[in-house]
Design a protein around this ligand. Structure first.
Ligand code: NAP
Length: 307
């Protein structure tokens, strides 16, 4: 039986560390604020936003919720973003996706100041992740990295397989594993012989969105298996991309759904908001990864990026 990675416990620890830091900053007169913008009445989005507000409360951040009407125009939403970009009380801005169809996600995201883009979706932040010199990491992949760390697994030299190539999970996930010296393969719907590729992985991250498609024949004995999927099974019950019951005896470590990656995503959003507040108050430089060639990527930032 694999060790079950307890995402709730790891996220509770991350949030507790953030709470302590936020408390200390408050003593120095620095209050941390996250603005969450939601447009329309999508029930799932309402739940996500409520959870983000609760997390802010738990770690001692101020949260500012802007619930806009379904028919809000692009101009109105951009005016709000502009106001939040200028508001010193707001360190991070999160626009809950998906937006109603008449609004273009890209236009909205591109207008958030990169320094306040705590989802790390702005092209500047995406580019920084690529060169290993980042301020913010996309929350879900960052949460996965924390979960892998919690197992004590050293990623260096390991065969890592990421299933999924979306901009918010698969691609940045692969990049983070690469920065930690993993040998990374990215799979997708056109990959030939997916079970064979996956069964060679020491670390397997599934971000597909298909309930229980990963079965024991995809798993290498003793592998670390991280399930990002948030799917519904045939009975409408929440499950992951990994068939947990089928795989748990073969994996070395495995995340459950729920209670694995899910709780980490919000914890990492809080982490990004803390980072934003520290940077905006001159308390932090951008983080950087020293890559295998020993180059400090932060230098690249100083030379090429003026953000
Ligand atoms: P997405 O944009 O739909 O991407 C899915 C990826 O899976 C695509 O790259 C697709 O390949 C690939 N894929 C689909 N069917 C496949 C198959 N049969 N074999 C191999 N690859 C296949 O989804 P996403 O936004 O990355 O999310 C993925 C999952 O993670 C979803 O279940 C989502 O709900 C969940 N999620 C969870 C969290 C969390 O906090 N826990 C956060 C974000 C997402 P192509 O590119 O070839 O189409």
């Amino acid at each position: 039986m694999a060790n079950i990675i307890d995402g709730k416990a790891v996220s509770a620890q991350v949030k507790e560390n953030i709470r302590i830091e936020a408390e200390n900053l408050k003593k120095q007169g620095i209050e941390i604020g996250l603005a969450v913008v939601i447009v329309g009445n999508d029930p799932a989005s309402q739940v996500y936003v409520r959870n983000k507000e609760k997390a802010c409360e738990a770690v001692g951040f101020n949260s500012y919720k802007y619930a806009l009407d379904e028919n809000t125009t692009e101009q109105e939403l951009l005016a709000l973003i502009d106001k939040l970009n200028r508001d010193e009380k707001v360190n991070g801005i999160l626009v809950q996706l998906p937006l109603p169809k008449h609004l273009d996600d890209k236009v909205i995201i591109n207008n958030i100041l990169p320094e306040k883009d705590v989802d790390a979706f702005h092209p500047v932040n995406v580019g920084k992740i690529m060169i290993g010199d980042y301020s913010f990491l996309p929350c879900t992949p960052a949460g996965v990295m924390e979960l892998i760390k919690s197992t004590g697994t050293d990623i260096t030299g390991k065969k890592c397989v990421v299933i999924g190539r979306s901009n918010i999970v698969g691609k940045p996930m692969a990049m983070l594993l690469l920065h930690k010296n993993g040998t990374v393969t990215i799979c997708h719907s056109k990959t030939n012989d997916l079970p064979k590729v996956c069964s060679q992985a020491d670390i397997l991250v599934a971000a597909v969105g298909k309930p229980k498609i990963i079965t024991a024949d995809y798993i290498k004995e003793g592998a670390v298996v991280i399930d990002v999927g948030m799917d519904r099974d045939e009975n409408g019950k929440l499950c992951g991309d990994v068939d947990f019951e089928n795989c748990k005896d073969k994996a070395g470590y495995i995340t459950p759904v729920p209670g694995g990656v899910g709780p980490m995503t919000i914890a990492m959003l809080m982490q990004n908001t803390l980072t934003a507040a520290k940077q905006q108050n001159g308390l932090l430089e951008g983080q950087s990864e020293k890559s295998a060639d020993g180059k400090d990527r932060n230098m690249w930032n100083k030379l090429f990026l003026h953000t």
